[in-house]
Design a binder for this molecule. Sequence first.
Ligand code: P6P
Length: 329
Amino acid sequence: MEDSRIAIPIGTTLDRFIKSKEEEFQYATGELSQLLRDIALAGKVVNREINKAGLINIVGAIGTQNVQGEEQQKLDVLANIRFTRALTKGGEACAVISEEDDEIVDLNNDGKYVIAIDPLDGSSNIDVNVSIGTIFSIYRRVTPAGSPIQDIDVLQKGEEQVAAGYLLYGSSTMLVYTTGHGVNGFTYEPSLGEYFLSHADMSVPEDGNIYSVNEGSFKSFQEPVKAYIEYCKDNRYSGRYIGSLVADFHRNLLKGGIYIYPATAKDKNGKLRLMYECNALAFIVEQAGGLASTGKERILSVQPTELHQRVPLFIGSKKMVEKAISYFS
Ligand code: P6P
């Protein structure tokens, strides 16, 4: 379908951009806009807390673990509260699934949208001042508004997403999202409290020479993964691994590259979660002309069976992902 991509000038505010694009969204116009505004607002608040982290002693672990058994950092919990609160106030979301909550969190039962979110990915980097991110997916509920939320509302394939995006809290804070009509990036100006369009209609270079993988686990990788990494070395690619998925993904989106988190001895299905990490980035990368695969299956086609299920992830430039997964066949 020919996209009616209206050229929106760089520097346009997020609010004006969302408004100007409403006719591209197949559902009621104001609903998605409200959701995106809720997420953008929570992102401003989390950004402020991250930037002050070292000063007001909110860095570090709080001695609890999330459903993944991972040490919860103070900012993880704060970010989860902020995003859940913003989505509750906005009223459009009926449920949230989050890395930080074991179960589905019911919000406004009359809401028509389900949000899957990793409120603060890469949180282990908080204490060492490395970029971290928020990743979110937006789905339309399947059951009628007002009825109890059911698994079929939440366990939807990534291809059912109506929107997805991430916030990157880096040297500058950015919001990058898609509603299925291309990918656009907004840079946050804290002094004005506004996000401004800085990266219009983003596309990932079809090929690249940057590969992102934790080679410390190399010995436990499957043979096809080892073979592809050797191919990268033989071709003198650059290894770049920040240990923060959103930061690695964003660099690869701009410059071309591939990020790999494969099955390892420790994580038989890889470490990354399908519902609130892989699906959102897979939607974005496909909209930007790239690919996202488990190594055997398109990420967006995977039928979820559990809230927190993990999948192997190969994501980035089309030709690099194609080359990597060719070793599996
Ligand atoms: P490892 C952070 O915990 C994360 O989920 C991603 O942001 C990051 O790419 C990956 O895990 C790092 O995991 O096992 O390489 O330290």
